[in-house]
Design a binder for this molecule. Structure first.
Ligand code: PNW
Length: 467
């Protein structure tokens, strides 16, 4: 494979999220979140794992940032635990929590690493779930905005990159549709209500940022949504339409409102009054509410027109509620898979980047997550993960092709900086480019971390080829 070449100003980063790495779940005044409680319910998380200690990043933050600096990373994407700064989600501020993030931000800057902050990566304050029904209640829009404003106020002097919400689809579908994630609600309609509130909360916070903070602070703000690629199973018109529909139900659901002011027509047609509607003012607020396109991308599936039986749909793989889309998903048995069972299909990444560029008028795109889990082991103090190196090389080479064909692709965050709490799968899945020994909490750079470091260092001499 030829050498990877990226523009000199390309942003290289890694990503994590608060609940998955911090631990210190009840330390220094932190309030409980829905994930703290979800993990206590027997049977919800593999082996009964919890994020109580996780990677203990709360106490090892400096060591972790030093490892990032050693790799030459330019950016670090992490999330703020809402209930660490506001223990009940609103009202009194927990200054110890503010201090932790303030120190983390300073530590990044000290090492020339740009902090990219996600405001919401799924750990809703428990009090908001109880008092307002969480994302199901309309109050969340104002509550999220107030929390976001607290963060802009306290951190915005140093933080220039904000992501409002991580993976609206997962919050809606896995949290409120399949019930696999907190708050463990199973429903066919709630995902659409929850998705609606997520979009409105995002738009409200962006409006506040732009009015009150951006003019003096000068940063950028956006949202990060996840989407797999959907390739038509055959070249028939029906399968091509099915793949398009699947993408609109997966990504268009959340990106169309942000770029065009409303849901995709195919969702409106198929869902009728199960899909909430935006008022003219809400549409205006939403349209253009992202300074960049944040994309989390992991895998690809074939999509075909479904002619009836929807019973065997894989919930993890299906973007949107199966019955509403009428799409049959499948994978090519020859595709290699990660230990999540997700197929490794680098070209799907390029096709998705192109789809986004075409549909949304070539916005600046950042891949805010991409990566893979494998069953890594330590041998003689080292972790050899050739499959992850191949994965990264493969996906990045398709990203490079996308840039060469004019996609405005500006940065890549590897998921994840280190092995961590993989939600309902607990510690059984390792996504890190650093290995974490969950007994000793020691971090070991895997071969993939070394590969990434060398890749980043080589880009210094490459001339910018895109804007
Ligand atoms: C994302 N799915 O989660 C999250 O943003 C990360 O916190 C997580 O660790 C990472 O991807 C790896 O899973 C997802 O079922 C979880 O389609 C599930 C799905 C997609 C993304």
């Amino acid at each position: 494979m030829s050498e990877l070449k990226f523009p000199t100003d390309f942003l290289w980063g890694t990503a994590t999220s608060a609940y998955q790495i911090e631990g210190a779940w009840a330390t220094d005044g932190k309030g409980p979140s829905i994930w703290d409680v979800f993990c206590q319910i027997p049977g919800k998380v593999n082996e009964g794992d919890t994020g109580n200690i996780a990677c203990d990043h709360y106490h090892r933050m400096k060591e972790d940032i030093a490892l990032m600096a050693d790799m030459g990373l330019k950016a670090y994407r992490f999330s703020i635990s809402w209930s660490r700064v506001l223990p009940t989600g609103q009202g009194e501020v927990n200054e110890a929590g503010i201090q932790f993030y303030s120190d983390l931000i300073d530590e990044c800057i000290k090492h020339d690493i740009e902090p990219w902050i996600t405001l919401y990566h799924w750990d809703l304050p428990l009090a908001i779930q109880f008092e307002y029904n969480g994302w199901k209640g309309p109050e969340i829009v104002q509550l999220f905005n107030d929390y976001a404003e607290l963060c802009f106020e306290r951190f915005g002097d140093r933080v220039k990159n904000w992501i409002t919400i991580n993976e609206s689809w997962v919050i809606a579908m896995l949290g409120h549709g399949q019930g696999l994630f907190a708050p463990a609600i199973t429903s066919n309609d709630d995902p659409y209500t929850v998705g609606h509130h997520i979009l409105l909360a995002h738009a409200e916070a962006v409006q506040s940022y732009r009015k009150k903070y951006q003019p003096s602070q000068g940063g950028q703000i956006g949202i990060a949504n996840n989407c797999d690629w959907r390739e038509p199973l055959t070249d028939t018109e029906a399968d091509r339409a099915a793949a398009e529909r699947a993408l609109e139900f997966f990504l268009g659901w959340f990106a169309d409102p942000v770029y065009m002011g409303d849901y995709p027509q195919c969702m409106k047609d198929r869902l009728g009054d199960r899909l909430p509607t935006f008022s003219p003012e809400e549409k205006k607020k939403l349209k253009g509410s992202s300074d960049f396109f944040g994309l989390n991308h992991y895998t690809t599936m074939y999509a075909a027109e479904n002619y009836g039986d929807m019973t065997n749909q894989n919930v993890y793989g299906n973007g949107g509620i199966a019955e509403d889309q009428h799409v049959t998903l499948s994978v090519d048995p020859s595709w290699e898979k990660t230990s999540m069972g997700w197929a490794i299909v680098p070209w799907g990444c390029r096709k998705l980047l192109q789809w986004i560029a075409d549909r949304y008028d070539n916005p600046p795109i950042y891949i805010t997550e991409n990566g893979c889990a494998f069953d890594d082991v330590v041998t003689d103090g080292k972790v050899h993960d050739p499959q992850r190196v191949d994965f990264m090389r493969g996906y990045l080479s398709e990203c490079q092709k996308a840039i060469e064909s004019g996609v405005n692709f500006k940065g890549y965050f590897a998921w994840s900086f280190m092995d961590n709490f993989e939600w309902a799968l607990g510690y059984s899945k390792r996504f890190g480019i650093h290995y974490v020994d969950f007994e000793t909490l020691e971090r070991i750079p895997k071969d993939s971390a070394k590969f990434y470091k060398s890749l980043i260092s080589k880009q210094k001499w490459v001339k910018a080829s895109a804007t």
